[in-house]
Write a protein that binds this ligand. Structure first.
Ligand code: PCA
Length: 219
């Protein structure tokens, strides 16, 4: 019998970093592990908050799972909303050491790689769906220069020869339990983040051509 395997979505989160006890990205994506969204099975993987090994782990997961879509998720403390990242740049410039003690400054993610890659997810359609559901979200024009941008760039570089596999990155706010260390910072309840990721993934899987709505920025 020639039964087709259920297509898969690879969803990644990160280990805690910068002295945090948790990383809400892994808290959220691990809760979606094994769930079905738009006839796809979600497989969640935790990546180390480390330059280098994070991309190695991601590439291994892509090779083993052959996902139809890859969504990487990371924490962006100080953000009040889900940030749909538009562009990954070929630059590592760490402000703090990663979990392995590495602190690269002004180095390319991939030597001789292009300056940048765009997300291949329909971020405007995802934005619209999130806002319609009352979940705070925006498009972001930069994923920074730390491990999240590193992984986002590594993802898009890995997918450059697989045009049928879509990939992208979402940053999420702190979890409420982290705010004791960051008084006054915004946070988002885990359930809201999980629902937002579910909507984002469903929209990405069911939208072929992205919407054309205004979500630009002056800076
Ligand atoms: N956020 C960091 C790295 C890991 C994470 O969750 C970042 O934004 O680069």
């Amino acid at each position: 019998m020639n039964r087709r395997a259920t297509p898969m979505v690879l969803l990644t989160g990160f280990t805690p970093f910068a002295g945090e006890a948790v990383n809400p990205s892994w808290q959220a994506v691990s809760r979606l592990h094994g769930k079905r969204i738009a006839s796809h099975r979600i497989v969640a993987r935790e990546l180390p908050t480390e330059f280098g090994t994070s991309i190695t782990g991601l590439r291994t997961a892509i090779r083993d799972l052959k996902p139809a879509l890859v969504l990487c998720v990371g924490q962006a403390g100080e953000s009040a909303q889900l940030l749909l990242e538009r562009v990954a740049i070929n630059l590592d410039d760490a402000r703090i050491a990663d979990n392995a003690g590495a602190c690269p400054v002004d180095r390319p993610v991939v030597a001789d790689g292009p300056a940048a890659y765009f997300s291949t997810l329909p971020i405007k359609a995802m934005l619209l769906a999130l806002r319609e559901a009352g979940i705070p979200a925006d498009v972001s024009q930069s994923a920074g220069t730390y491990v999240c941008n590193h992984v986002f760039y590594g993802l898009m570089h890995a997918l450059r020869d697989r045009p049928r596999v879509r990939g992208g990155f979402i940053h999420i706010p702190y979890a409420p339990e982290q705010i004791a260390r960051h008084p006054g910072s915004p946070s988002l309840a885990l359930e809201t983040v999980i629902e937002g990721l579910r909507i984002a993934i469903r929209t990405a899987l069911t939208t072929h051509d992205d919407r054309r709505i205004v979500a630009g920025a002056e800076h």
